[in-house]
Design a binder for this molecule. Structure first.
Ligand SMILES: Cc1cc2nc3c(=O)[nH]c(=O)nc-3n(C[C@H](O)[C@H](O)[C@H](O)COP(=O)(O)OP(=O)(O)OC[C@H]3O[C@@H](n4cnc5c(N)ncnc54)[C@H](O)[C@@H]3O)c2cc1C
Length: 411
């Protein structure tokens, strides 16, 4: 078969490799002047290729539509991804949290391995080439991809087309969402896209005053009204617009844009290692030491400087009250704030800061055992353009490799 793969990211390159290994004549079309522009940025330039956890755990880290991935992941799982890269000359190492990286710490080496494999398999790579249309016959079978290079349009006749054009995050890398319009013309349903694994925005002046403060070893939960959407432990950061850091990005994966209208609160436990009673004893100890000080000058040993004033304000205890005058009830108020420091969140930052996109091609329109469109014959999908998303840790690239590999079989 003549197969055209649209999109030269992780999913598209893997799909082209798989399609060529299955004996097809393959063309890979990429609108950028090079392959893997986003892949180059991954893992802060080190590329967290996948996660070496047991495969069941891998599914636990898929946030949206995990069941859809059973066939693709079991047919090309994390072990096979690692084997693929190792056999093709990329040594890997496994770090904290089972995160797998190239031993060289260079994402460019991951791209180089894929590029070399594409060349060896004779895949024709067309750079600076944008797919601007998809054509089908009267019996709804894909026939060709209309491409644009500089100002010239051309037609690539294709028995099969694999769409791997990514989501909408980091649009400067090429995944700007325009390819979804080509699908909508074929009546393929596309769910609304939202930024995910993205920093959160607050307008509370107290919170913004803490910018630059990084908190390690805190627990964070996210509540919508009184329903808990997320809870986790780790590191977070206060910024000039609100909240960021690994724990906050993880939390964002569980909040839909519409949830912000109902009121979202991030609640930080600033001392998760201490129970209420232990915290109260610890506060009493500090209060004994600073008995004659104002309350506002008594928390330096317990909390980072930047958060002391917001904690005091939320505790509703007079900052000028002498520590030896603070009542048991007031101490309880203080414990409450330290264990449950609430921050109202009004939304997220945009796609240009989102690690991934939630939403995309509706999985109901796709056969999970082949990645084929259920309506248009010969049309396949792979990677982040599908309505699938996962936590950080190598899981999003695993989605790209697995779905790309299966789509490339063109079954
Ligand atoms: C900063 C950052 C760090 C990340 N780090 C990690 C990590 O360490 N581990 C991990 O698992 N995940 C990571 N991710 C997520 C991961 O990079 C993506 O999930 C993954 O790259 C998606 O691959 P893809 O091939 O589906 O899409 P993309 O990589 O976005 O590739 C899509 C390609 O299609 C091309 N394209 C789009 N439209 C057209 C068109 N009409 N014609 C031709 N070409 C077109 C685009 O130019 C692009 O090159 C990170 C993401 C970001 C932004």
């Amino acid at each position: 078969m003549t197969v055209t793969v649209v999109g030269g990211g992780a999913a598209g390159m893997m799909a082209a490799i798989s399609a060529a290994e299955n004996g097809n004549i393959v063309t890979l079309v990429e609108k950028n002047d090079r392959l893997g522009k986003k892949l180059f940025l991954t893992g802060k330039g080190r590329c967290n290729i996948t996660n070496a956890c047991p495969v069941e755990e891998l599914f636990d880290n898929i946030v949206t539509n995990r069941k859809f991935l059973y066939s693709s992941v079991y047919s090309f799982d994390n072990e096979e991804v690692i084997r693929f890269f190792n056999e093709n000359g990329l040594k890997t190492k496994t770090e904290r949290g089972n995160r797998v990286f190239p031993q060289t710490d260079h994402s460019s080496d991951v791209i180089a391995v894929l590029k070399k494999k594409l060349d060896r398999l004779g895949v024709k790579i067309m750079l600076n080439t944008e797919a601007v249309g998809l054509e089908r016959s009267s019996d709804n079978t894909i026939t060709s991809v209309i491409i644009k290079r500089k100002e010239n349009k051309d037609r690539l006749l294709s028995d099969a087309v694999i769409m791997a054009t990514g989501g909408r995050s980091y649009p400067l890398t090429g995944s700007d969402g325009t390819a979804f319009l080509l699908l909508e013309k074929l009546d393929i349903p596309v769910n609304d896209c939202e930024p995910s694994l993205v920093p959160l925005v607050c307008k509370d002046a107290d919170v913004l005053s803490m910018h630059g403060l990084s908190l390690k070893n805190v627990s964070v939960s996210v509540a919508k009204n009184n329903k808990e959407l997320f809870s986790g432990f780790g590191e977070m950061l206060f910024t000039h617009f609100g909240l960021s850091g690994p724990l906050i990005l993880s939390a964002s994966a569980f909040i839909r844009q519409k949830d912000y209208k109902s009121g979202i609160r991030v609640i930080i436990d600033l001392k998760p290692a201490l129970s209420y009673e232990e915290l109260d004893r610890r506060i009493l100890k500090d209060f004994e030491e600073f008995a004659n000080r104002d309350f506002s000058n008594s928390l330096q040993k317990l909390l980072p400087n930047k958060i002391i004033s917001p904690v005091i304000k939320r505790s509703k205890i007079d900052p000028h009250k002498k520590v030896n005058m603070i009542t048991r009830q007031e101490r309880k108020q203080l414990c409450d704030v330290i264990k449950c420091f609430p921050i109202p969140v009004i939304g997220t930052r945009g796609f240009d800061e989102a690690i991934i996109t939630r939403g995309g091609v509706d999985i109901k329109a796709v056969d999970p055992s082949t990645m084929r469109s259920r309506s248009v014959k010969g049309l396949y999908f792979a990677g982040e353009m599908l309505d699938l998303d996962a936590q950080t840790g190598g899981f999003n690239l695993q989605i790209a490799w697995s779905t790309g590999h299966l789509a490339g079989e063109c079954r």
